[in-house]
Design a protein around this ligand. Structure first.
Ligand code: ADP
Length: 492
C-alpha cells in the first residue's frame, strides 16, 4: 500500500496541497489562489478565513481527485508565508482584523520610533533581525493598538496571535492547539534566538502581552491531529517557506546554500549550530529545530528578482510572458556595456539604500529590446552575486555550489549567466517544488517515514550549470555592475 505525506504550502499568492510519496516524488498537487487586499498604498492584507477555507479545499481536492484513501496519509507538513500576522478571539475563533501580510509597510513609523530609541542593536542581537515593518512584531502592535474590539478583548484575555502556521494549526486540529515552530517564531522580531524564549523586554516595549503568543515547538514535532473523514492524521512538521526550501534542497551541511528565484530572491545559508552575525547587513535566523537541536541560517533577500521580468512584461510591454525573456536574451549580443539596476524600491543587502531608484545605463543608438531584457535578467544574477559575496565575507570562506529553485530558475539563460558570473556550479533540481518537499521531509522525520540519511541517499536529478567565464571577464562585468549600482544610489 503506497503511503504519502501531505504537504500544505500556504503561500502569499496561493494555497497548495501536495502529496509526496516515500521516494520523495510529488505525485499530486491541488492549488487555489487567494485574494490580495490593498486597502491603502503600502498596505497588504489577506482574509484569514479565506486562507483557511482555501487550505481545506485543496486538501479535499488533492485527496478526492487522486482517489487517495485517508488511511494512506502518514502525516502532514505545513509550510507558510512568513511573518504575516493574525490576531483572533480564542472563544469564537473569529479574527479581529484581516491578516497583515509580510509585504505591508504600514508600521514604518513604529519602526522609526524604535530606531530613534536606539533599540536597533539590542533587538538585532536578540532576534537576529534588523528592525523593519516586514517582521510580525510591529504588525501585532498595530493590530492591538488600532482596533477598539481588540482593546476590550485583550483586557479580558481573549486574544491570540499567530503567524499563518499557528492560525492553520489552531483551526485544523481538533485539539485547538496554539503552537508555532522555531523557524516561524524567529521571524516575529519578538523571539530571542539565543535563549529560545519570547523576549519579555521587546514585548514590553511594544505593549504586547506574552499570553497571546503561541508555544514554540521543534519544527519536526507533534502539532495535533487533523480529522479527515474519521481518520486522525497527525501534523508532524512546520517550517517557514524559505527555511522549508533550504530543507527541501537538503542543505543540511554547514555553509550549504540555496537561492529561490521568485518575485524577490531569498538566499539562505545553513550555519549549523552557530548564530553567524553578519558584517554586511544579512539576517541571522533559525533554520529549524529538530529534537531541540537548533540549526541557524544566514539570510539575504533581493527585493526585485522575477518582479523585474514582470515589469518588462506589464509596464514596459517588451514581452508577453516571463518565459519569453529567455528567447529574447539569447538574441542579444551585449556583454558589458548595458546595465539595468532594478532598485524600484531601494536596494537591500549589501547596499541598504532605501533612496536608490532603478536605472538603465549604457544605452547607445543600437540598443534594442532584447538587450534591455537580457540586462534585466542579468541584474537578478548580479544582485545574487552581491548577496553571496556578503555571505562569503561573513564566513570567510568560498561558497562552492548554489542550489536553486523558484519560478525564474526555469530560465536557462539566467541560470547559465548566474553560474558564469559567480564562477561556481549551480544545481537545479528536476522538481523545483522545494518548499513543499521541505515541509514533507521535516514532517516525515517525526514518524520515521524517512530519516536524514535516507533523504540524503535519495537520488536527486539535477540540471547542473557550470561556469564558463574566466576571472578577468567576471571582474570586468562585475566592476561595471558596481559602477551602475553606485549611480542608482541616493536618488530620492
Ligand atoms: P513567488 O513564489 O514569489 O510567487 P514563483 O517562484 O512562482 O514566485 O516565480 C514567479 C516569478 O518568476 C515571477 O516574477 C515571474 O516573472 C518569474 N519567472 C517565471 N518564469 C520565468 C522565466 N522563465 N524567466 C524569468 N522569470 C520567470
Amino acid at each position: 500500500m503506497k503511503k504519502y505525506i501531505l504537504s500544505l504550502d500556504q503561500g502569499t499568492t496561493s494555497s497548495r496541497a501536495i502529496l509526496v510519496d516515500e521516494k520523495a516524488n510529488i505525485v499530486a498537487i491541488s492549488q487555489k489562489e487567494i485574494t490580495q487586499i490593498y486597502p491603502q498604498e503600502g498596505w497588504v492584507e489577506h482574509d484569514p478565513i479565506e486562507i483557511l477555507n482555501s487550505i481545506k479545499e485543496v486538501i479535499k481536492n488533492v485527496i478526492n481527485e487522486n482517489n487517495i484513501d485517508h488511511k494512506n496519509i502518514a502525516g502532514i507538513g505545513i509550510t507558510n508565508q512568513r511573518e504575516t500576522s493574525v490576531v483572533w478571539d480564542k472563544e469564537t475563533g473569529i479574527p479581529i482584523h484581516n491578516a497583515i501580510v509580510w509585504q505591508d509597510t504600514r508600521t514604518a513609523n513604529i519602526c522609526k520610533d524604535l530606531k530613534q530609541k536606539n533599540l536597533e542593536k539590542e533587538i538585532s542581537s536578540k532576534t537576529g533581525l534588523l528592525i523593519g515593518p516586514y517582521f510580525s512584531a510591529t504588525k501585532v502592535k498595530w493590530l492591538l493598538d488600532n482596533n477598539e474590539t481588540a482593546k476590550s478583548k485583550l483586557k479580558e484575555g481573549k486574544l491570540l496571535f499567530g503567524t499563518i502556521d499557528s492560525w492553520l494549526i489552531w483551526n485544523l486540529t481538533k485539539e485547538k492547539y496554539h503552537l508555532t515552530d522555531f523557524s516561524n517564531a524567529s521571524r516575529t522580531m519578538l523571539y530571542n534566538i539565543n535563549t529560545l524564549e519570547w523576549d519579555i523586554e521587546i514585548l514590553k516595549e511594544l505593549n504586547i502581552p506574552l499570553s497571546i503568543l503561541p508555544e514554540v515547538k521543534n519544527s519536526s514535532d507533534n502539532f495535533g491531529t487533523l480529522n479527515l473523514s474519521g481518520q486522525n492524521i497527525p501534523i508532524l512538521g512546520v517550517l517557514g517557506d524559505q527555511q522549508a526550501s533550504l530543507f527541501g534542497h537538503k542543505c543540511f551541511e554547514k555553509y550549504s546554500t540555496k537561492n529561490t528565484y521568485g518575485t524577490g530572491c531569498f538566499t539562505l545559508m545553513n550555519t549549523s549550530d552557530q548564530i553567524l552575525r553578519s558584517k554586511n547587513g544579512l539576517l541571522s535566523t533559525i533554520a529549524w529545530g529538530i529534537d531541540n537541536k537548533i540549526s541557524y541560517a544566514l539570510e539575504g533577500s533581493i527585493f526585485i528578482g522575477g518582479a523585474g521580468i514582470q515589469w518588462l512584461r506589464d509596464e514596459m510591454g517588451l514581452i508577453k510572458s516571463s518565459n519569453e525573456s529567455e528567447y529574447e536574451a539569447l538574441k542579444s549580443s551585449i556583454e558589458n556595456n548595458l546595465y539595468v539596476v532594478p532598485a524600484f524600491n531601494g536596494l537591500g543587502a549589501p547596499h541598504w539604500d532605501m533612496n536608490a531608484r532603478g536605472l538603465i545605463i549604457g544605452i547607445t543608438r543600437d540598443t534594442n529590446k532584447s538587450d534591455i531584457i537580457k540586462a534585466t535578467l542579468n541584474s537578478i544574477a548580479y544582485q545574487t552575486k552581491d548577496v553571496l559575496l556578503s555571505m562569503e565575507d561573513d564566513i570567510d570562506d568560498d561558497i562552492k555550489v548554489l542550489k536553486v529553485d523558484g519560478g525564474a530558475s526555469n530560465n536557462n539563460y539566467l541560470m547559465q549567466f548566474q553560474s558564469d558570473i559567480l564562477g561556481i556550479i549551480l544545481k537545479r533540481p528536476l522538481n523545483t517544488e522545494m518548499t513543499a518537499l521541505g515541509a514533507a521531509f521535516i514532517a516525515g522525520l517525526k514518524n520515521s517515514f524517512w530519516d536524514l540519511s535516507h533523504l540524503q541517499s535519495l537520488n536527486d536529478i539535477n540540471t547542473e550549470f557550470k561556469p564558463t567565464f574566466d576571472k578577468e571577464r567576471i571582474n570586468k562585468l562585475f566592476e561595471n555592475w558596481n559602477n551602475a549600482v553606485k549611480r542608482s544610489m541616493n536618488w530620492v
